[in-house]
Every structure is written in structure tokens, then in C-alpha cells.
Design a protein around this ligand. Structure first.
Ligand SMILES: Nc1ncnc2c1ncn2[C@@H]1O[C@H](COP(=O)(O)OP(=O)(O)OP(=O)(O)O)[C@@H](O)[C@H]1O
Length: 273
């Protein structure tokens, strides 16, 4: 299975004869979380619509290796008279999802997104946060290979923003996600790769998420560990102690552990402590 799900090759996009994006190349790889940042009007939404297949490029090539793309626009339809559950059932039937499977998915997502209290509320009466959650659930129902989110935190208060980021943190273990945002916090907490759109050009930021290494040692010698001269995060799991360290410092930590006669059981790369 190829790693690249969507790819833009030297893509340009004109809207009403105005050049919005120019010579943009981007690869979306499976299991990556990609953030697109940029000022208002720089072309982020246009890029997302190109990736989603809503727009076709004026020049260059868009390669979509899947048809299963989940897209959530910045402004989810505001005035739908459907109730939340009714709407999601309708989307499920549009995708021809088997009734039993759909029920199971809805139960899973209602819990994950914590919207059980609003299933019978008409969408037009839901809060912005609930609407955004429903927008993401409708995009997830057909198990997309990639989820494209256009400014998912826009208009949400701090609590709702935090809640949505937590949900996306859970989803990121099983999904490929690309999102646009103005929120640094969202980028810091979620993104593996960061791009910046500036006047229609795409720049890669050298701020890819730092790698963490996890080192399992046999038992907790917390006193002796104090002598190790590298910063790390520590937690105990049964008879084992797990040390998580910045990837660049992992060799030094391993060396110090071995020099201090710790018994190392496993070393692996991880995304979080
Ligand atoms: N249909 C259109 N016709 C002409 N110009 C358009 C059209 N849609 C968008 N634009 C222009 O394209 C530029 C990029 O718009 P886009 O919505 O992609 O930017 P953005 O980076 O997503 O902005 P924001 O952060 O404000 O959402 C803007 O100058 C916008 O006015």
C-alpha cells in the first residue's frame, strides 16, 4: 500500500482569473497529521478544496490515490432543520452504510465526541462546538483514508477548542488528518508536519514534531536515576520503568543507563509520553 494518499505537483489555481495558489507541491502520507498555516486570504481553504477534489487545478497535477476523503468545510451548514441523529443517519444512508454498521459507528462517535445529550436537537439550534463535532462525524462515517478539516477551531471558545483537540488527539492514532488553522496550540499538540501558505506559495516549516524515544528499563531505581545527566519523563508500569526522552538525547541517555548498569528492555520511537 502506497504511503502517499494525496499529492499536489506544481499546482496552480486561479479563481475568477486571479492566481490564488502558485507552484504548490505537497504530499500527504498515511498516518501523518499535517497542519497548514497562513494569514487570512493566503489560500489555505483553496488548497484544501483542491486536495478534497472540490476544485481542480488550473495548472499542475493533483493525484488522489483514494476516493475516500472526508472534508469538513470551515462553515458547516448553519441552518439545517434536521436533528443531529437524523442528519447523521441520512449521511450514513447516502454512503450506503449497512444499518448495523452505521448504528455501531454512531454509538462510537456519539461517545467519543460527547454529544449524546444533543441527538434530538435540531442542528440549527446546536452550539457552534456541537455543529463542528457533527461536521467531523459526518466526514468520518464512510471511514475516509484522509480527513481534511478547514479551520476546525474557528468560533469555538477555549473549552470547546480544548475538547476538540483532545478528540482529534484520540483520532490521530487511527487516521490521516490535514487541517488548516490559525491556532498555534493546535499545531503544537497535533501536527507531525507543518506547512505555511504565503501569498499563494507553500513553504515547509522546519518545525516538524520532534521525535521522542521511549526506553524501558527493568525496575525503578529512582535514586540512581537522579545521577543521569539527561532530562527525561519517567513513569512506572508494573515492574518496569519507562523513560521518555527527546530523540536527540536518546543515545546519550542509553549510554548513561548502560554505564550505570541499568537493564534496558526496549527502545522505541513514540509520539507522546
Ligand atoms: N471563488 C472565488 N473567486 C475569487 N477569489 C476567491 C474565491 N474564493 C476565494 N478567493 C480569494 O482567494 C484568496 C484565498 O482564499 P482562501 O479562502 O483560500 O484563503 P484562506 O487562507 O483560507 O483564508 P482564511 O484564513 O481567511 O480562511 C482570497 O484572496 C480570497 O478572496
Amino acid at each position: 500500500m502506497t504511503k502517499v494518499i494525496l499529492e499536489a505537483r506544481q499546482v496552480a489555481k486561479k479563481l475568477n482569473r486571479k492566481l490564488i495558489l502558485d507552484n504548490v507541491s505537497l504530499r500527504c502520507e498515511r498516518n501523518m497529521i499535517i497542519a497548514i498555516q497562513g494569514k487570512n486570504g493566503s489560500g489555505k481553504s483553496t488548497l484544501l478544496k483542491l486536495l478534497a477534489g472540490i476544485y481542480e487545478p488550473t495548472n499542475g497535477q493533483m493525484i488522489r490515490r483514494t476516493r475516500k476523503i472526508g472534508y469538513v468545510p470551515e462553515h458547516f451548514p448553519e441552518k439545517l432543520r434536521f436533528k443531529v441523529k437524523e442528519y447523521l443517519m441520512l449521511i450514513g444512508s447516502i454512503h450506503n452504510i449497512d444499518k448495523q454498521q452505521l448504528d455501531a459507528k454512531l454509538i462510537k462517535y456519539f461517545q467519543l465526541f460527547n454529544i449524546e445529550a444533543y441527538l434530538q436537537t435540531p442542528l440549527k439550534l446546536c452550539s457552534k462546538g456541537t455543529k463542528q463535532k457533527v461536521g467531523i462525524i459526518q466526514a468520518l462515517l464512510h471511514d475516509p483514508d484522509i480527513l481534511l478539516l478547514d479551520e476546525p477551531l474557528t468560533g469555538l471558545d477555549a473549552t470547546s477548542q480544548d475538547e476538540l483537540i483532545l478528540i482529534l488527539e484520540k483520532l490521530k492514532r487511527e487516521r490521516t488528518i490535514l487541517f488548516t488553522t490559525h491556532e498555534e496550540m493546535m499545531v503544537d499538540r497535533l501536527a507531525d508536519q507543518i506547512f505555511y501558505v504565503d501569498s499563494g506559495k507553500l513553504l515547509t516549516l522546519n518545525r516538524s514534531r520532534r521525535k521522542l524515544m521511549q526506553i524501558k528499563i527493568e525496575c525503578d531505581h529512582s535514586e540512581r536515576l537522579k545521577e543521569v545527566d539527561v532530562a527525561f519523563h519517567i513513569r512506572s508500569v508494573g515492574p518496569e520503568t519507562i523513560l521518555t526522552v527527546d530523540g536527540e538525547k536518546s543515545d546519550q541517555l542509553l549510554l548513561e543507563l548502560l554505564q550505570n548498569n541499568f537493564s534496558v528492555r526496549e527502545v522505541k520511537e513514540v509520539n507522546e509520553c
